[in-house]
Design a protein around this ligand. Structure first.
Ligand SMILES: [Zn+2]
Length: 277
């Protein structure tokens, strides 16, 4: 599943689309997340506008235009948003295609084999009114997350630290891989109750979140779900993970054996020795 670093990598690789005019919009007619079909009539409103920028909030991408609307995209489990030469054959599971002007015509294509992603159109300046965006907390990369923010947000919360870190209303963009990584880095047990987080741990966790995301961005994202950036480059961050998917291997900090547990249906990896409860 693409997480924040992967979505940020996609955002950066879509930069060459800025300045191109959208000449057409096509959809397969298939439903995506919650069986919602990308809204064909709204997508048509983007035709004739010029792409002015690509933004990201959490795991959502926003493609801005010089018109009143922006394209909203979420990759779900297997979504990919990539630029292709228009002459290139469309891959199977391509569900949305925008034609782009230019000396050599290109297409912005959204493909999604498992169809858990989202494609929508939002009015610019009213992004927060969209139900998906309105519920998001500060962005994990750019949202000024610090110890004070996490300490304040964790008070009175009965949820576990794993659930807290994954709560998009607390930190937008944290996903399962980086939650395990950040909690290991901050030496916080995933099953600890959020309300019991100490101020020192909150500061360590904020630093850890920044560190794991920066590290993954440097490595071009994580390849676990055969992640491929918009330009086709394969991320290599899986080689650099400390605990995720490393059950049975020694902890890189204390050499105790890393454990795997399942919380709310998602795998969690942690060190039972140096991550305190
Ligand atoms: Zn350890």
């Amino acid at each position: 599943m693409p997480e924040l670093p992967e979505v940020e990598t996609i955002r950066r690789t879509l930069a060459p689309a800025v300045g191109a005019r959208i000449t057409s919009a096509w959809t397969s007619g298939m439903g995506l997340h919650m069986n919602r079909r990308p809204p064909r009539a709204k997508l048509q409103k983007l035709v004739g506008t010029t792409i002015t920028g690509v933004r990201r909030h959490g795991k959502y991408l926003l493609i801005d235009t010089d018109g009143p609307y922006a394209l909203l995209a979420h990759m779900g489990m297997t979504g990919r948003l990539r630029l292709h030469a228009a002459r290139e054959a469309r891959a199977p599971h391509t569900h949305v295609v925008f034609g782009l002007s230019g000396r050599s015509p290109r297409e912005l294509r959204y493909s999604d084999p498992r169809r858990f992603g989202q494609i929508d159109v939002v009015e610019r300046g009213k992004e927060r009114e969209h139900p998906a965006l309105g519920a998001l907390g500060p962005d994990a990369l750019e949202g000024n997350i610090d110890g004070d923010v996490l300490y304040a947000a964790s008070r009175k919360r009965k949820q576990t630290m794993k659930a807290f870190v994954l709560d998009q209303s607390v930190i937008a963009g944290m996903g399962n891989i980086y939650a395990s990584e950040a909690l290991w880095r901050a030496q916080v047990r995933p099953t600890k109750r959020a309300r019991l987080l100490t101020r020192a741990q909150a500061t360590a966790l904020a630093d850890a979140i920044h560190e794991v995301i920066a590290k993954s961005l440097d490595n071009g994202g994580t390849t676990l779900a055969d992640f491929v950036a918009a330009d086709g480059a394969v991320g290599e961050n899986a080689d650099h993970l400390w605990v995720y998917d490393r059950a049975g291997q020694p902890c890189p900090r204390c050499e105790a054996i890393i454990k795997r547990a399942v919380h709310q249906g998602r795998a969690t990896y942690y060190c039972p020795t140096c991550q305190t409860a």
